[in-house]
Design a protein around this ligand. Structure first.
Ligand SMILES: NC(=O)c1ccc[n+]([C@@H]2O[C@H](COP(=O)([O-])OP(=O)(O)OC[C@H]3O[C@@H](n4cnc5c(N)ncnc54)[C@H](OP(=O)(O)O)[C@@H]3O)[C@@H](O)[C@H]2O)c1
Length: 305
């Protein structure tokens, strides 16, 4: 089958389109014909060799954690899935490929676009996990760094729906986008503390760092000198600042994103797909991802999908 593979860690040049061995569904797995694969920043981080602690890599490796596609093989012991089902889920073999194996998936509602569906599992699981860990409640004020990114887009909407006021940091080009999502935009960079204080004179109850770009000291200052109710998902300096770093959750991931797939199908959770790349241009998709300014999701589409 056609797949993007890499056989060593490195830059985008290590990714190549190859003829890879077709996977087959083992016990507890389905095989899916991929219609769209979501691209996440973790894909380029894994490719660069930075994520061994969380994602051990066996070469040759196929990138991609998430997909939307059609079940075409059902392994022993799988319940609730049949050949022909349209599903969205996490892949255990890599999703930048014609076929992927999955152990965590849910049915895709008919009205939900393939590309939009493919971009939901990672970011919605992440956004919900961190909001839950922070215990964000109705009437509270959340400071969200990287609010216009894919995780941020999900987190703004989930926090606003929970009744929170969201102060979201983004570049000026994304401020109208954040207002549309229901957040109060604030520019990041020098002077952040003063701008957040002006936007939230009532103070900040919790901080979700979905950018990882050095805003933890300012966050601690805005929380009155404490690290309580501050979480980052991306800052490598987290431990040095005494701030918890949250990585993938422990509950089965399909439980974490099933509700969000339904919300998206009902039009109550927006996850704009900002660019679709053919499979052979997956390296370009990762370059755009690594540049770090796409307001929404990037997806890779296999040929003929
Ligand atoms: N630990 C986990 O479980 C987990 C899970 C998912 C993602 N992540 C990580 O979380 C990060 C965000 O992921 P994503 O998918 O949302 O990425 P993304 O869609 O590329 O979004 C990144 C966002 O960061 C913003 N940004 C860039 N520089 C910034 C700065 N100095 N201050 C504040 N915001 C800034 C950008 O906004 P502008 O365009 O407006 O500059 C952009 O919207 C990545 O590092 C990813 O690896 C971690």
């Amino acid at each position: 089958m056609e797949a993007i593979v890499f056989e060593e860690f490195g830059g985008p040049e290590v990714l190549r389109l190859a003829e890879a061995e077709e996977p087959h569904a083992g016990p507890g797995q389905v095989r899916v014909k991929v219609k769209a694969a979501g691209v996440n920043p973790v894909d380029y981080k894994i490719r660069s060799g930075w994520m061994g602690e969380f994602f051990p890599t066996v070469f040759p490796a196929v990138p991609g954690l998430e997909f939307a596609g059609i079940v075409d093989e059902v392994g022993e012991g799988v319940r609730g899935a049949a050949v022909g089902d349209e599903v969205v889920g996490w892949s255990v073999t890599g999703s930048y490929a014609r076929y992927a194996l999955s152990e965590s998936f849910v049915l895709k509602p008919a009205g939900l676009d393939w590309a939009e569906a493919a971009g939901l599992p990672v970011v919605t699981e992440t956004a919900q996990r961190v909001l839950d860990l922070l215990g964000v409640r109705s009437g509270e004020t959340l400071l969200l760094h990287g609010a216009a990114g894919a995780v941020g887009t999900a987190a703004v909407q989930l926090a606003v729906a929970a009744g929170a006021t969201v102060i979201g940091t983004a570049s000026a080009a994304n401020h109208d986008y954040l207002r549309e999502l229901g957040a109060t935009p604030v520019a990041y960079g020098d002077g952040l503390v003063e701008r957040v204080r002006a936007a939230a004179p009532q103070g900040v109850d919790a901080v979700f760092d979905a950018a990882g770009k050095g805003a933890l000291p300012a966050s601690i200052e805005l929380r009155g000198g404490t690290t309580d109710r501050i979480i980052t998902i991306a800052d490598p300096e987290a431990a040095a600042h005494g701030v918890p770093f949250s990585a993938a959750g422990t509950e089965p991931p399909e439980i974490a994103f099933a509700g969000h797939v339904l919300l998206a199908a009902e039009g109550r959770l927006r996850m704009p797909v900002v660019e679709r790349f053919p499979l052979e241009e997956a390296a370009k998709a990762q370059v755009v991802s690594e540049a770090g300014h796409a307001p929404g999701k990037l997806v890779v589409i296999p040929p003929g999908a």
